[in-house]
Design a protein around this ligand. Sequence first.
Ligand SMILES: [Zn+2]
Length: 99
Amino acid sequence: MPVCATCHHRWSFKETLRAMYTLKPTMTCPNCRKEQHLTSASRKRGAFAPFLVLIPMLLNVFFDLNWLTVIGGMVLIAVVFNLVYPRMIELTDKEEPIW
Ligand SMILES: [Zn+2]
């Protein structure tokens, strides 16, 4: 789980998930209300998510899967991503370039 770079508050899973799905590029610490930025490593990991969801469609090219398996696989990957990614987020108080 992410730890605030300012006050060292360990975010809960629910707080992290809620902060992930806002339109702001920063995440506001629920404890000290300071804006936190994702580290470049965290942003790189998050950038792979759209490609992971496409894996079932890629597999469909090689194996003749029915549409329910493809959609189910995509939903499963999205659910697993939402369970795993919040635990891998690291925060910093300074904005870092992604590369
Ligand atoms: Zn804080």
